[in-house]
Ligand binder design. Sequence first.
Ligand SMILES: C[S@@+](CC[C@H](N)C(=O)[O-])C[C@H]1O[C@@H](n2cnc3c(N)ncnc32)[C@H](O)[C@@H]1O
Length: 362
Amino acid sequence: MTFKASVITLYPEMFPGPLGVSLAGNALDRGDWQLDVIALRDFGEGKHKRVDDTPAGGGAGMVLKPDVLAHAIDSLGTDERPRLLMSPRGKPLTQARVRDLACGQGAIIICGRFEGVDQRVIDARGLEEVSIGDYVLSGGEPAALVMLDAVVRLLPGVMGNEQSGEHESFESGLLEHPQFTRPNEWEGHKIPEVLTGGNHGKIAQWQREQAEKLTLERRPDLISGSSNQGTATAIMPALPVNDLRDGVTFYKDVLGFKCVYLDEGGYAVLQLDQVELHLWLANDDDWKTREKGKPIVSGAESFLAGTHSCRIEVDGVEALYERLKSSKFIHPNAKLEKKEWGSTEFGVLDPYGNLVIFFEWI
Ligand SMILES: C[S@@+](CC[C@H](N)C(=O)[O-])C[C@H]1O[C@@H](n2cnc3c(N)ncnc32)[C@H](O)[C@@H]1O
């Protein structure tokens, strides 16, 4: 289905504007996306086609009327497209949201003006407020153009080289590494040698290191997930196994994880919904010779313990237990049970003696 943007605005002449040239403009001409501009003024009231009124409770400026805006929105009929209101109060636009929009059918985009929009129409028509940054524009149109530019370039066929979108800033959670092109030497400055050496592994490593360095310097919040350095946001257990492939297979086939990273040299990253678990290859002599299923913590079989352990909160712990209870991996001393502290839980002993407790607060 072709991505369709319907923009409601008091200034239809501002569209397609910059979206009518270059990549977005060519794509529009080819029909790779559609733009439908709705003049809000057409829905205005009376001889002067009035669209706004003074703010309730007093104050400067004017507010867009709910009935007028609702008529404009309703004129588009009902469809599945998100209804986005450009607004400095909105959730900041991110590359992830842009990609999400590019995967959809399109969007209905409402451009505010004056002091903004009557709250009742925002609530009644389920408008999602989207901000393009912490500053105030005089209208939503430039914000809509910015957002659409970011979305349209990700639509299939719009960028000549599809790959060029994947390695850009924010796509990997990092800012992009510095770029260079010929001449090899300019005003006495040379292109970093690694980039002209032809070793693709080294080039990739250099680019990754540069991206991390730049991000740490300029946008540490992207790395920590928070502008407060040192704020803890997640915990990831790392469990030892003495056969990495075998371990990955167990966590995939028995517990339903998916493997998102596997380094045969000794490390794997697994995910189950929002949860991440790491496996590392314990290949010292003690581990090489030890039998599978024999935890190295003494007394582990007779009491509830494992080589290492972690606790994973899940929805539907009882259903998960039902699925796993006939497998040989339920810890004999950790069958499904409601604990005094309020959680219902059971434990799985993996083939390496690690204890994984699944729990739910029910
Ligand atoms: C002058 S602004 C209104 C600002 C509003 N009184 C406030 O303080 O939040 C007029 C319109 O510009 C648009 N706008 C302004 N800044 C924006 C931003 N950072 N992101 C998205 N839209 C913005 C919105 O559509 C808004 O309704």
